[in-house]
Design a protein around this ligand. Structure first.
Ligand code: SF4
Length: 436
């Protein structure tokens, strides 16, 4: 019988990508995934500490794992990701003695070494090993590919530079080779990941840049779509915008965190731009690419955020009409400048009120924006079926549901006529039969 593994993933797409690499490595060594940790001989908890809520979730799961280890001492428990950080500390071992292996973000090697010493299962995979776990091969068409690890900025609220280390770009040839392998395994869309993806290549001995990387990835046979995230307002170059505008396979979809519409708050956050500079950036993107979708992140309740500061954020959201806004309530992260210097002085019910107000206004904007698409045709890359309907996304990342004659398969690209729209999805029907 094959040995079993289970991976619990909390947090961002970077963690999802790390878990996918680890799953592929385990499956290439003969392990099989199971739905429930109770059935697994190896359990990995891949953690996030970017907000208190995510950290609480990780601690709750660690409690479950502690009890499980007491019942089944042979189970191998691995703790991975931002809770571990780049240099696992002795303190972690003291706090979680039931954990067998600690894995820094994006570095699964210690678990594979550990398994190799315990069994023959950790042996290196054959040279032709796939980057997709067999358990999902053929069932997925989208893969996330980290291209730059870590972050060298120091936004005052953010723990990521301390947990993921300084930025390190992967060489372009390594990324392209990986994507060729993914395409050969049926992947049709890749999402290139980095904390500040626009800084790709700046740290390499042979300088490179995101625009050149995107062109190289879009040229890989079999790849239909390329996305990239997350962008920082200060590093989006005209050459990047020209590249996105000129290459159909590169999706006109930007994820750019604004964080606040108030200059004093942005300054305390150490973001390095003003609200007006952000406005000019949005105008520049829309000038180069009128169809671009722009998503953003906002933090409400940052220390010292007054009602006036909050209203400035509310106004900029109404004004810039983003395609999506992720709003989070501030929670102090130990060790960050904001946690050390500024008291967390916005009460939690006030943070909740501000969060709900922004979500309400953005919801209305999304409904109105999506309704303008009714009657138009959009291109959708089919991802699968849900509740009897086909679904996929447009190049602008709009989730779209539609009925078909059952012939469409994941990876097909189809033109859909939009018949109705809500805040979070579109609905429609194929505009022409059999198009792919
Ligand atoms: S840019 Fe700022 S918010 Fe983003 S990962 Fe780096 S430090 Fe954190």
């Amino acid at each position: 019988m094959k040995p079993k593994y289970h991976i619990w993933t909390i947090g961002c797409q970077m963690n999802a990508a790390d878990s996918r690499y680890l799953a592929a490595a385990l499956e290439d060594r003969g392990f099989e995934p199971v739905e429930s940790p109770d059935q697994a001989g190896v359990i990995v908890l891949n953690t996030c500490v970017v907000r208190q809520k995510a950290e609480d979730k990780a601690h709750a799961r660690l409690g479950i794992l502690r009890r499980l280890k007491e019942k089944k001492p042979d189970t191998v428990i691995a703790l991975m990701g931002c809770l571990v950080g780049v240099n696992p500390s002795r303190d972690l071992q003291r706090r979680f003695p039931f954990v067998d292996v600690f894995l820094p973000p994006s570095q699964p090697g210690a678990l594979l070494d550990y398994l190799r010493t315990r069994t023959s299962r950790g042996n290196p995979p054959p040279a032709t090993a796939s980057l997709l776990p067999p358990s999902i091969r053929g069932h997925t068409v989208i893969a996330q590919v980290p291209v730059i690890f870590g972050c060298s900025l120091a936004c005052s609220f953010c723990v990521i530079p301390y947990r993921r280390g300084p930025e390190r770009s992967r060489p372009r040839r390594e990324i392209v080779a990986e994507i060729e392998s993914l395409a050969a395994n049926g992947i049709r869309e890749v999402i290139l990941l980095g904390q500040i993806i626009d800084r790709y290549g700046l740290d390499l001995a042979e300088k490179d840049d995101l625009a050149s990387l995107l062109k190289a990835v879009a040229a890989v046979e079999g790849i239909r779509r390329v996305r990239f995230l997350t962008s920082h307002p200060n590093w989006i170059s005209d050459s990047l915008l020209e590249t996105v505008a000129g290459e159909e396979r590169i999706c006109p979809h930007f994820e750019i965190a604004l964080q606040s519409g108030s200059d004093p708050v942005l300054e305390r956050m150490r973001r390095g731009y003003t609200a007006d500079e952000f406005r000019r950036l949005v105008a520049r993107i829309r000038r180069f690419i009128p169809s671009a979708a722009i998503h953003t992140d906002i933090i409400v309740g940052f220390p010292g955020e007054s009602e006036e500061d909050f209203l400035a954020t509310h106004r900029i959201i109404e004004e810039l009409r983003f395609d999506k806004v992720h709003v989070a309530a501030y929670s102090p992260r130990p060790g960050t400048l904001a946690a050390l210097r500024y008291p967390d002085d916005v009460p939690s019910d006030e943070k909740a009120r501000r969060l709900a107000a922004l979500e309400r206004v953005q919801n209305e904007i999304q409904v109105r924006k999506n309704e303008t698409l009714i009657g138009s045709r959009v291109s959708v890359l089919v991802e699968g079926r849900r509740n009897g309907k086909c679904f996929g996304r447009t190049p602008q990342d709009r989730l779209t549901f539609f009925t078909d004659d059952g012939s469409l398969r994941p990876g097909d690209e189809v033109s859909i006529e939009i018949t109705s729209a809500g805040a979070h999805s579109l609905r429609g029907r194929p505009a022409t039969a059999g198009q792919s």
